[in-house]
Design a protein around this ligand. Structure first.
Ligand code: ZN
Length: 149
């Protein structure tokens, strides 16, 4: 990754950490889950209102490091308005990107979520970046608690 790109990615992460999007709770939530990453101390709660198989509303709250907060913020933007199936697909692609377990090296369809590809160089941070996604997944499949351990 070149230095300019790295800097741009850093800026997006810092911006979402400073001004998280969709922070709070969805008042009419019909799905919710809490996630905990004991390694870093990140806590996140994701509330979702699904309608006709789509993520109509989504919000998150909790306490976490810059990576987990920015990841949660970008996640809510990425899946809002998508079908549950699409949201799960983005979750899998995101996970593949940060853990580098997937075959594909082109993640351009992830859009801004690509800013987290640098995380793979910091194994401890992978759990921070994926915690909100595991929590969303748990909410969508009807589990109430998830931990990265
Ligand atoms: Zn963290």
């Amino acid at each position: 990754m070149n230095a300019d790109l790295r800097e741009l990615y850093q800026e997006i992460i810092l911006d979402h950490n400073r001004r998280p999007r969709n922070r709070g709770t969805v008042s009419l939530a019909n799905r919710e889950a809490e996630g905990h990453n004991p390694l870093c101390g990140d806590q996140v709660k994701v509330t979702v209102f699904t309608e006709n198989g789509s993520v109509a509303e989504i919000a998150f709250e909790g306490q976490g490091c810059a990576i987990s907060t920015a990841s949660a913020s970008l996640m809510t933007e990425a899946v809002k308005g998508k079908t549950v199936e699409e949201a799960e697909k983005i979750f899998r692609e995101f996970q593949e990107m940060v853990t580098q377990t997937g075959e594909a090296s082109d993640h351009s369809e992830l859009g801004d979520l690509e800013v987290f590809q640098g995380v793979r160089e910091y194994p401890v941070r992978i759990k921070c970046a994926t915690l909100p996604w595991h929590t969303l997944h748990a909410a969508l499949v009807g589990e109430e608690k998830v931990t990265t351990e």
